[in-house]
Design a binder for this molecule. Sequence first.
Ligand code: G6Q
Length: 533
Amino acid sequence: MSKVWAALNEHRQELSEVSLRTLCDNSSRTERFLHEVCGITVDLTRHLADDRTLDLLLNLAEESNLLDLRNAMFAGEHVNTTEQRAALHVALRNRSTDPMLVDGDDVMPQVRDVLDRMQSFCNAIHSGSWTGATGRQITDVINIGIGGSDLGPAMAASALRPWWISGIRTHFVSNVDPSHLSDTLQSLDVESTLFIIASKTFGTQETIANACAARRWVTDTLGESAVANHFVAVSTNAARVADFGIDTKNMFEFWDWVGGRYSMWSAIGLSIAVAIGFDRFAEMLDGAHCVDNHFRNTPPETNVPVLLGLLDCWYRDCWGCQSRAVLPYDQHLAQLPAYLQQLEMESNGKQIRLDGSKATHGTASVLWGASGTNGQHSFHQMLHQGTTMVPCDFLVAAMTSSDASDDRHAMLIANCLAQSEALARGCTLDELDAPSDLAPHKVMPGNRPSTTFVYRQLDPFTLGAIIALYEHRVFVQGVIWNIDSFDQWGVELGKKIANRILPGLLEDGAPDGDPTTLRLIQRIAELSDGQNR
Ligand code: G6Q
């Protein structure tokens, strides 16, 4: 263990004696723990950390070469070492005129070219000049994709619902469970529905199976020639797109230096741009670019993603926190926890370090959460009085994006602020007004840390900024843990086994699997009367 880690662990013992009440009541606390970035106030004052904590964590960043690695990412170096690739999603939202290089080539001309094509496509859909095969205007757009080709666009489209262009509805189908597509299609008219098949590889089993089913739905009614009007593709693989039967002039390209879970800024965001219009999509890119500049140019002590990522490591490794909760007090961000689960847990849920050795510290926490105030009537009990400490992120807008003029938004804010105050300060036995037999049940231990993010309104710029903050925070965690945040080898084995099991479910061949799998296949066959065969 390095000297800095040892000092951090020792310091954590000292902090056990300090209460968050004392820390928060220090009037100079805001100097180092309250920050503004791209219109977002990030309040870190309710963290179990003092000046010495921050100094030690910043030493840890220095010891881990954080700034060099950050610069390497922006320089398009192969920071995804196990796949020998750049991770240059920042180029997709580079709104400056500066070049961005991958292997010596400026990628900005191709990035701008695809953005221009996305803009023309959106305009054609919105103006009605792109129609279905029978001449009907497109009213419904379905993104078929999964993982990184679904979660970001689905989350963003839902977050930006108040900005939806009228007359266009967007839908997202990801699951290979046939119900997902059939439930979605139920209320739609084939003549006015357009599919975006979003897949980096264009080989993902679930996406291709759903895309084939969607094509059958279209061609059964409108004939083969209708594919040209009702399907576009987003991919890095033109050959497979053509094999599927989509003309590559209706394909929007991206590149292998864009990781799946970092791809909503690329053409994978086409469904977002269709939903809110290209200009608003560009504002989302602007928000992310603003945070990129902050991350790239701000000294570590005031660099918000750096501080957030370091605090995550502090709780994970020095306090033993196994999970973190994301609690948006913003109904439009209800899908944020699901999106962040992939971003953090697929990026940093690893146990092998860059040099091939086994990690000696814990890595990604279990990330979970739900929108407030709903969670208060459910799992917040555990956050307040459970035996496990769960650091929380609270997010809240100063203004509602609804047209309500009553007190509900104020209630939402009051509840958000109340939760973080209650978690931090708790309630002692002395402060209780309760009969003695009930008193222990009502004591609130407090000392539970949280970050509060406050922004004016959840507009496209702010959403872009929030997501970029989280992306860079995850990068910082990965650097401290010395792991490759851009690969995902852990998802491969299950895919391989599923491919081995599938023929035994479909054909008369011998089922394949270990004894438990074989027993379950047998039981499923009995229960389904062989329906899958
Ligand atoms: C993300 C992962 C993964 C990927 C999906 C879909 O970082 O790589 O979630 O996005 O498996 O892959 P395709 O886009 O290739 O269909």
